[in-house]
Design a protein around this ligand. Structure first.
Ligand code: NAG
Ligand code: NAG
Ligand code: NAG
Ligand code: NAG
Ligand code: ZN
Length: 500
């Protein structure tokens, strides 16, 4: 019986289609600094396990300027720099749109004009749904997914809610991956540890606790995926938008002491603190405001630029939404405009060369190497990487596969499968039929694999089953029956592998 299925399966392979289509899950934990992974007192067994069984970036990601939430999340999913995707910052003003853009965490009931997001960039879910007849995407709270962009939204969305638990988000997205019409792309945004980082600072015990909660959340995710038998079929990217720098009241720069408050407006809500500020001088006041700001910039630890003076390396200024004046504080400093009563321990948004601004990056799954690391990648590389993983042709973008391609397993396209090799496989399998008896109760796994190529699985020196075992060992029991399957899987795969 099983031999019969194996033959059908091999015939299916020889029909030529051998690109296995894995699904993809992108998770962003807001404000998870690159070295929260390596220089922390937190107990993070799941993250460590993921680093060992997948790939990670030792120095994290080089993100985009400004190192704020919205521009970076939009760069992740479009592969474009802010000047090319238009989501310049958390607050934006467009000369052709009457109302400014305000982020949902400031004013959840405010209606933003969808043109702020639909400004040229093509998010990965549009690429997925546009190019694949069965491409279905699900977004949980991902920034921008509430807007029609190129006439599309993700197939399934759950909007931004401040208090959703990570485990609830996991339950929802795993259901979407396993429903009758499953998604092949999931995006999950979570607002921690950013909130804790702002409030208590990146070096607080509260951050340590929050990182442990993130670790626990990921343990829950992996257990859930294992329970649904999905771990061999899904690639997972776990990353963030930016890091966090400690700030103190002593380093506040009160702009009202520097410039006449009646001579300008700024984008933001409340008195701060702000790491950078988009400044709109009143009619005829551009030079006056600029000169006043400039005169104290050295002594007060900030920089000020007219739009055209903004450094090219920020990839920020070539857009009609660029503010007439941009003020940028040095790390650990912040602008305020009068009294600030909030408890403040940390901030971000600074120059993207500042290491504290860089987020972490881990990826795992059948397409990634096991136990491999790279120094760093660019946030804009994630879009071409995700397109590659999903077999999509990327829209024009600023990313590159140059660095990220090192993270990938060698693809099955490098394997030459001839008719002769299939015959050989049949003979080998025929002669070791006993193995199939051992596996007799694992019938469903063969059926499952008919969806994908055996070559990919055989070729990889570490079979998917091993990765799953590594991930699962975080749980010290056998409650997931697949954990017991690994022996059978590995034995079978090894057998086939050594015959080649
Ligand atoms: C956008 O605004 C600019 C400046 O206010 C104006 O010159 C331009 O014509 C406007 N474009 C559109 C398409 O309305
Ligand atoms: C933050 O840490 C302090 C000191 O341990 C503790 O008293 C406080 O309850 C923590 N706050 C939260 C929200 O965890
Ligand atoms: C990418 O790879 C190049 C060459 O290997 C390296 O110099 C660079 O630092 C890497 N990272 C980024 C973010 O480009
Ligand atoms: C980024 O990509 C866009 C789209 O291809 C392109 O128009 C723009 O010039 C690129 N920016 C840089 C700095 O290469
Ligand atoms: Zn933040």
């Amino acid at each position: 019986m099983h031999l019969f299925i194996a033959i059908i399966y091999l015939l299916h392979l020889s029909s030529g289609h051998s690109e296995k289509e894995y699904s993809l899950l992108l998770i962003s934990f807001d404000g998870f600094r690159w070295n929260y992974l390596t220089e922390t007192h937190a107990e993070i067994p799941t993250l460590k396990k993921l680093m060992e069984s997948g790939v990670y970036a030792k120095d994290g990601l080089k993100n985009v300027f400004p190192t704020n939430t919205l521009p970076n999340h939009w760069s992740m999913v479009t592969g474009l720099y802010p000047e090319s995707h238009g989501v310049l910052d958390n607050y934006i003003k467009d000369p052709n749109i009457s109302k400014p853009f305000i982020p949902k965490f400031i004013q959840p009931d405010y209606q933003n004009d969808p043109r702020y997001y639909d400004a040229g960039g093509e998010p990965i879910w549009v690429t997925n749904q546009f190019q694949k007849s069965h491409g279905r995407s699900g977004s949980i709270m991902w920034w921008g997914s509430e807007n029609l962009v190129k006439f599309m939204k993700p197939t399934l969305t759950m909007s931004y809610e401040d208090n959703i638990l990570f485990n609830e988000a996991v339950d929802t997205i795993v259901n979407w991956f396993t429903s009758e019409f499953p998604i092949n792309l999931g995006l999950l945004y979570f607002p921690e540890p950013d909130s804790t980082g702002h409030k208590y600072g990146p070096n607080s015990v509260n951050i340590t606790k929050k990182i442990e909660e993130v670790d626990n959340g990921l343990k829950y995710l992996l257990a859930k995926l294992a329970e649904k038998d999905l771990l061999d079929d899904i690639n997972i990217i776990i990353t963030s938008d930016h890091g966090m720098s400690e700030i103190t009241k002593e380093n506040f720069i009160d702009l009202n002491d520097i410039v006449d408050p009646a001579s300008f407006e700024y984008l933001g809500s409340g008195n701060g603190p702000y790491s950078s500020l988009s400044i709109f001088p009143k009619e005829g006041k551009l030079d006056e405001v600029y000169n006043q700001l400039k005169s104290q910039s050295e002594s007060k630890n900030y920089q000020v630029f007219k739009a055209e003076e903004i450094p090219d390396r920020f990839n920020y200024k070539h857009n009609k939404r660029v503010p007439p004046i941009l003020a940028l504080a040095k790390p650990k400093y912040s602008f305020i405009l009068g009294d600030v009563t909030l408890t403040i321990g940390g901030n971000h948004g600074y120059d993207n060369e500042v290491k504290d601004m860089h987020p972490f990056f881990i990826a795992t799954g059948p397409s990634f190497k096991k136990g491999f690391s790279i120094d760093s990648l660019n946030t804009v590389d994630l879009y071409p990487l995700m397109c590659h993983l999903l077999g999509l042709h990327p829209a024009p973008n600023n990313g590159s596969m140059k660095n990220v391609s090192q993270l990938l397993q060698e693809g099955p396209e490098n394997t030459i499968w001839t008719f002769g090799t299939y015959i050989l496989v049949l003979i080998v399998i025929g002669s070791v039929g006993g193995v199939f008896t051992v596996a007799a109760c694992r019938h469903h796994r063969y059926l499952k694999r008919r969806r994908g190529p055996l070559p990919a699985t055989i070729k990889y020196s570490t079979p998917g089953g091993a990765a799953k075992a590594a991930l699962l060992s975080a749980d010290d029991d056998d409650e997931f029956d697949d954990a017991n399957d690994n022996t059978t899987d590995d034995k079978m795969l090894e057998l086939v592998t050594t015959k080649w």
